[in-house]
Design a protein around this ligand. Structure first.
Ligand SMILES: [Zn+2]
Length: 255
């Protein structure tokens, strides 16, 4: 199985990253995508991917860091990529953390989408409390020439359908297993099988029964099993389908 979004580059893994990676593969994991969120974590994601088989990486400047965005510096990160780079992200809009710089966030998000289109890479989107503006930006690019996924989906079924219409995929974290996540469960139960895949967002958001602990990639199985139960289908079959979705989306190939 693939953990399509984790932060092995987070300092919470500095002391035991090799053990964390081993535990994932020993649990039956096949591949992980290590995600960047600013310049230094993007460089670290590349390092982690280049040092390990079946670990891929993304680079991106998160909206929380949009004030430090430098177009040339970011394009250099793409130009010096290794063959393990699979996407631009996480990028997007976050008005929960900061609603005073909306225009800047939209500008930096759009700049990174333009580069993703230029280099033909899919994008991994982060969005919090900014759904209307996010749709507006995405609609400007419609029909989008590259893949896009809404990471850690936490919105309504109605909004999910708006995204699906624009060709955006949905990615679920452990939050779907949380008791109060009623809306997300509804989405996970109802959207088409070819429209989503799974991630951990480790070290954050561990699924039940490990909620509150440090999350790690091997827990991605718990999220997949939970959604399989929600949909009343076999977990192995669901993982086969969502892994195929993720492989196609990120253009990665492995057994
Ligand atoms: Zn993340």
């Amino acid at each position: 199985m693939i953990d399509t979004h984790c932060h092995l580059n987070d300092s919470q893994f500095d002391n035991d990253i090799d053990e964390v990676i081993n535990r994932f593969f020993l649990s039956g994991g096949n591949a992980m995508i290590c995600v960047g969120a600013d310049l230094s974590s993007s460089l670290k994601a590349k390092m982690v991917a280049d040092l390990n088989d079946n670990i891929y990486y993304t680079i991106g400047i998160h909206p929380d860091d949009c004030d430090t965005f430098d177009l040339n510096e970011f394009e250099d990160l793409i130009l010096t990529k290794s063959d393990k780079l699979v996407a631009i992200g996480e990028i997007g809009l976050d008005y929960y953390h900061n609603k005073t710089n909306k225009a800047k966030q939209i500008e930096v998000f759009s700049n990174q989408i333009n580069l993703a289109i230029k280099y033909n890479l899919p994008i991994v989107i982060h969005c919090r409390d900014a759904y209307a503006d996010l749709l507006e930006v995405l609609k400007k690019y419609s029909p989008l020439k590259i893949g896009a996924v809404m990471h850690c989906y936490s919105g309504s079924l109605e909004f999910a359908n708006e995204l699906l219409k624009l060709g955006v995929k949905i990615s679920f974290t452990g939050t779907v297993t949380y008791k109060n996540a009623v809306k997300v469960k509804e989405v996970a139960k109802n959207i088409p099988l070819d429209s989503f895949f799974f991630e951990t967002d480790a070290p954050y958001l561990a699924p039940e029964p490990n909620r509150g602990k440090r999350n790690e990639p091997k827990y991605v199985f718990d999220t997949a099993k939970y959604v399989a139960d929600l949909r009343g289908i076999d977990a192995k079959e669901l993982i086969r389908i969502t892994d195929a979705n993720a492989k196609k989306f990120f253009n990665i190939d492995f057994i």
